[in-house]
Design a protein around this ligand. Structure first.
Ligand SMILES: Cc1cc2nc3c(=O)[nH]c(=O)nc-3n(C[C@H](O)[C@H](O)[C@H](O)COP(=O)(O)OP(=O)(O)OC[C@H]3O[C@@H](n4cnc5c(N)ncnc54)[C@H](O)[C@@H]3O)c2cc1C
Length: 298
């Protein structure tokens, strides 16, 4: 069995790519896209998970295909909202049966259809509780799952303060998470502050930077509504306004912006990059082509 701990702690640059189960159920198209990404020798592919369970079957199917059909290490996102301990055990067993042994443990985004109080009451209110449960459970201890968790470089929008949120993230690591994947951000100064906060708390696990390439003005406006504390540099907010109806120009700007953002992160010795691909090869591959030679693998 692959040892995820060794994969994410390997020295050098790391590239991982995130996908979601497509709404139109065209899984073959998704697999073709994933195969295109194979040329970048990914460390892993991750597949999102709909909190509340509606898309879980599809996530399980894609997770299995990533590992067994595409031939890449798979990290299945795994959310705790509304999940009982019994359901968690059953779903982890399902993943194991499908040869998937690594998860990104999350609280989950509360779907509109879900009653927040009920979701918190029935399931795991915080990702840290879920990491703790999984690590302390005998069946999981035997077959050591690889566990990643999410971090918010500018603090999670629901957190009472940045410092409190950093403490909660450090707790997730203390409970046994082996790595952190960040939420997207556009101002690298925020990430450097976050990295300092982790350092101050003695958190030493690898951190992968979540990269979002802005390709459509409408799309990013929606995302920013859900991430109210995301700092947007003037040049980006100007472009989002300017290219409201011009997706081609928006994507060209977004690719250039992400290229420069990653270049600066590389200059600051950041090694791990996790691309939110939005199931598209084009924009991410353009950024990676712009950075050809920088990752020591292309
Ligand atoms: C890389 C990445 C992938 C994602 N994939 C998915 C996905 O597939 N499906 C999905 O639904 N969502 C996904 N999300 C979104 C994520 O579920 C949301 O950001 C969610 O709002 C919080 O998840 P979390 O795991 O960070 O929560 P938590 O770590 O539980 O934190 C949530 C909030 O609770 C606070 N908190 C934590 N512990 C405590 C405590 N003990 N007491 C008081 N407050 C506490 C935190 O400070 C924070 O404000 C993803 C996010 C990232 C960064």
């Amino acid at each position: 069995m692959e040892i995820f701990h060794q994969i994410i702690n390997r020295p050098g640059h790391h590239l991982s790519f995130e996908f979601f189960p497509p709404k139109d159920d065209d899984l073959n198209r998704l697999y073709e896209t994933m195969k295109q990404f194979n040329r970048y020798h990914p460390d892993y592919y991750s597949i999102t998970w709909g909190a509340g369970g509606k898309t879980v079957r599809k996530s399980l199917e894609v997770a299995e295909a990533i590992k067994n059909r595409i031939g890449v290490t798979c990290v299945a996102h795994f959310t705790g909202l509304g999940m009982t301990k019994k359901t968690v055990d059953e779903l982890l067993m399902e993943l194991r049966k499908r040869n998937v042994h690594n998860i990104l443990v999350l609280r989950g985004d509360i779907p509109h259809s879900m009653d927040k109080d009920k979701a918190f009451h029935d399931g795991f209110q915080y990702a840290g509780e879920l990491v703790k449960y999984i690590r302390s459970h005998a069946a999981n201890a035997q077959d050591k799952l690889g566990i990643l968790v999410a971090g918010s470089p500018e603090g999670h929008p629901e957190a009472t303060s940045f410092d409190e949120d950093m403490n909660h993230l450090a707790y997730k690591v203390k409970q046994g998470a082996e790595g952190i994947v960040t939420q997207f951000f556009f101002d690298n100064a925020c990430f450097y502050r976050f990295a300092d906060a982790m350092h101050q708390r003695g958190v030493k696990v690898p951190v992968a930077v979540g990269v979002m390439i802005v390709t459509r003005s409408v799309m990013i406006k929606k995302m920013l509504q859900l991430s109210p504390n995301c700092t947007v540099p003037h040049e980006l907010s100007d472009a989002i306004a300017r290219y409201d109806n011009d997706d081609i120009a928006m994507e060209a700007f977004g690719v250039d912006f992400a290229t420069r953002q990653i270049k600066d992160l590389l200059d600051h010795k950041v090694l791990r990059f996790h691309f939110y691909t939005m199931n598209h090869f084009g924009p991410t591959s353009k950024v990676l082509e712009n950075l050809k030679g920088e990752f020591g693998r292309d």
